[in-house]
Design a protein around this ligand. Sequence first.
Ligand SMILES: [Zn+2]
Length: 321
Amino acid sequence: MIYLHGVMKMKYQTMKTRSSPGYATLLGLALLIAAPWELAQTSRAAAKPEGATPVKIMTSFYPMHIATLNVTKEIPGVEVLNLAKPQTGCLHDYQMTTDDMTHLLGATVFVVNGAGMESFLDKVVAERPALKIVRASEGVELIRGREGDNPHIWVSVSLHIRQVENIAAQLATADAAHADLYRKNAADYVARLEQLRQKMRDGLKDIQTRDIITFHEAFPYFAREFNLNIVAVIEREPGSQPSARELARTIGIVKKAKVKVLFAEPQYPSKAADAIARDSGGKVYTLDPGVTGPVKADAYIEIMENNLAELRRALNRPPAE
Ligand SMILES: [Zn+2]
């Protein structure tokens, strides 16, 4: 594996909240203000039955949000909101904002990927011991990366099925009144994910080359599942702008590698991708790790179907010499 060490780390532009007045005071303030449950753009408010206490589920980021929308589908009195804004992407260096903490105050359950993706989780647990945490990656064996355990589990369809089952089982415990509905929804969604997995296995069986270069270390679980070989990772987070120096280094890596098929995230600026392709002799395609996208239940399946089509386009050609 070739790594471009540390040159392309994204700096998330989020408010820091760790300075004074400190979380405890902020929490107190938030309680006093009793801020309304907002984030309308990512909410799916369900009809509340008379007399029942609504269950407010907060998810940490996009793939957990989509999975939870499926597990809670059409359950009355259950509301699902997402903590990070839809364009945030991965949460590797995410800093909680005061708004985030306020929103969490209204939640009963917090659904997280775990495996180190939510670096702020310990803080949340310490500040809000009563909040029930649902850990989607519980029991999943992690792939060890250069910087520790790789948290991009949901990118493997098989492991995402496991996550959906984990979410449903833990929601059923946290909110026993709806236990059967969570389990039924999960079973329905898992059946669809199994179909998707079969379609992808079939579609990737006969590709002519299996060697790829990716831009972000999001794909080891995906590659293992579909028998692809990641020969280099140009380490960067989706959404960051490459500098001229970074571009030059990337071009250098591709020139040295025999593999000429590069997969950038959809968020990668197309001008930079074009420059890399032009100057390295490689060709840039899109592979979507599913960290941003439309807020709808079918989004994960659609993203993976698009990935399948793109992989077939890119890899149904003999390897470059
Ligand atoms: Zn990531």
